[in-house]
Ligand binder design. Structure first.
Ligand SMILES: NC(=O)c1ccc[n+]([C@@H]2O[C@H](COP(=O)([O-])OP(=O)(O)OC[C@H]3O[C@@H](n4cnc5c(N)ncnc54)[C@H](O)[C@@H]3O)[C@@H](O)[C@H]2O)c1
Ligand SMILES: O=C/C=C/C=C(\O)C(=O)O
Length: 502
């Protein structure tokens, strides 16, 4: 018999008896369903959970519950009261800290160090940040002088959009879910969330947290399932949904965009990337190597912000390439529960096939493999999981598929450049425009990069350093719109301008 859903065995990616059942959460109650699917461990391939797949009727019930809750106590609260509820959610998440860590590791196989320092703290931080932002951001007001010399007062009122569908991927499950749920709720909306089929656990635990924190029934609803012809599509097609916020692949964003257009629904899309890192010869090379190890290999390279294209100025290219390859080869393959673990498994067999397909393609395109390129052998249960070696490639031109397609694994290609203009042009030569990272000691160049690079996020001498008040999102195929700070308020509210003739 299982010792509960979030048992310590998950920290090693192992089951503990019979797989537990993860259920949908509708109108404040957990509900099962006729159909279930199996969630397996990326670490060992063993079955961890059965998950209740929401059918169209369950999605209807979730949307109805969300709509009804808009008219209930939630709809009557002021923003300060809602902020207080969200702070209780953050407190409760922290009280359940080790359960959430176990849930995240069970689903993804990520390292305990990352879960404890990034994923779970950011979950709590998202609720506190948007409680503060929503409760303290003013709206505009203008006095108008009319033709006859009279006066009119204009002021804007923020109102919730209504029922928001939140559809998120598997790579940073709690972080990405709460990054959207927190501002949506802070603005007075109600939500129906659809986590990835690969990562049902932390969203289920968040439903427990919501109930314990006193979030009124129907404000947070959860439906499990897949995309097409399943919970994801039922939700985006639902006429009762007012807005869709989505993080995931660009192709999925495009499919959802078509459906949203039919329903004339507002969308916010955070999509894929093929992010460049630029290392100039004047950079602190130690910092650039360590920063690039992080930016290419964190979370098994499964972060939309990860660097898959590194361009290094010619005088330091050889040294940088050699040092990066050595560091990649030296990253520890521990169990998730080992604090020193540097490599984590990919999320699924299917995703590993995709990444290994790219490793093969790179060789076919003529790449030189400086590190990795294959699958590690453990001699233990992890051989049943979805690990690949962190991989450093070189020798390919900018038009190769390796340098154009998002791989979403622990892999980067490294190529030399001669001057700043060439570096910026190479970085911009992409269908995507999410993030760029620049390593330089030249302060003028740092600012020129910020202006020149076609990316929603430009980091200088750092990577993935986040302030939740700042705009976040991508250009080109990397997204539509911005979230973060007041930009989240703009998406999760409707503004009514009130004009009063004085
Ligand atoms: N820009 C960002 O902020 C950001 C952040 C994280 C991940 N990503 C991107 O996410 C991708 C990896 O995640 P993934 O593989 O889970 O993405 P995905 O697009 O396959 O799936 C994302 C979510 O959409 C659902 N979905 C799939 N098809 C759907 C449909 N037709 N209708 C409704 N829902 C549907 C999935 O079930 C899942 O919950 C990468 O491309 C990565 O770059 C982007
Ligand atoms: O995988 C993508 C990471 C996205 C990060 C955020 O959305 C964030 O830090 O708010």
């Amino acid at each position: 018999m299982s010792r509960g859903l979030w048992h310590p065995g998950l920290l090693a990616g192992r089951p503990d008896g019979e797989p537990g059942l993860l259920r949908n959460f509708v109108g404040g109650a957990f509900t099962g369903s006729a159909k279930t699917f199996t969630k397996s461990s990326p670490v060992t391939g063993e079955a961890l959970f059965e998950v209740a797949e929401a059918d169209a009727g369950t999605v209807d019930a979730a949307v109805d519950a969300a709509r009804a809750a808009l008219r209930g106590p939630w709809g009557r609260m002021g923003e300060q009261q809602r902020a207080a509820v969200l702070r209780r959610v953050a407190d409760e998440l922290e009280r359940r800290f080790e359960d959430v860590v176990a849930a995240e590791i069970g689903d993804t196989g990520k390292s305990v160090t990352q879960a404890r320092t990034l994923d779970v703290p950011r979950g709590a931080a998202n609720f506190r940040a948007f409680a503060d932002i929503a409760a303290s951001t003013p709206t505009e007001s203008f006095t108008t002088v009319t033709a006859d010399g009279g006066r009119a007062l204009n002021y804007a009122v923020r109102k919730p959009v209504g029922v928001v569908a939140v559809i998120v991927p598997w790579n940073l499950p709690l972080l990405l879910l709460t990054w959207k749920v927190a501002p949506a709720l802070a603005c007075g909306n109600t939500v129906v969330v659809k986590p990835s089929e690969e990562t049902p656990s932390s969203a289920t635990l968040l439903a427990e947290v919501m109930a314990a924190a006193g979030v009124p029934d129907g404000v947070f609803n959860l439906v499990h399932g897949f995309g097409p012809d399943s919970a994801g599509e039922f939700l985006t097609r639902h006429p009762g949904v007012d807005a869709i916020t989505f993080t995931g692949e660009s192709a999925t964003g495009s499919a959802i965009g078509k459906v949203a257009a039919d329903g004339v629904k507002a969308v916010s899309f955070e999509l894929g990337g093929k992010n460049a890192g630029l290392v100039f010869a004047d950079a602190d090379l130690d910092a650039a190597v360590e920063g690039s190890v992080r930016s290419s290999f964190t979370n098994g390279g499964q972060v939309c912000l990860c660097t898959e294209r590194l361009y290094v100025q010619r005088p330091v290219f050889e040294e940088f390439a050699q040092r990066l390859a050595e560091r990649a080869g030296g990253l520890a393959f521990g169990w998730p529960s080992d604090e020193a673990t540097g490599n984590i498994p990919l999320i699924s067999r299917q995703h590993r096939e995709k990444v290994l397909g790219h490793y093969r393609l790179a060789r076919e395109e003529g790449a030189t493999v400086l590190a990795g390129g294959g699958v590690p052998v453990f001699g233990d249960a992890r051989d049943g999981g979805w690990y690949v070696q962190p991989t450093v490639l070189t020798g390919l031109g900018p038009q190769t598929r390796t340098n154009r397609e998002e791989i979403f694994g622990p892999v980067c290609h490294i190529a030399p450049f001669d001057d700043e203009d060439e570096a910026f042009a190479l970085a911009n030569d992409s269908e995507y425009g999410l993030a760029a990272t620049v390593w330089t000691r030249d302060v003028g160049r740092a600012h020129r990069a910020g202006a020149a690079l076609d990316a929603g996020l430009v980091w200088v001498n750092t990577w993935f350093l986040r302030d939740l008040r700042t705009p976040f999102g991508g250009m080109k195929a990397s997204g539509v719109g911005r979230e973060g700070g007041v930009h989240s308020l703009d998406f999760y509210t409707e503004l009514t301008n009130v004009c009063v003739q004085l």
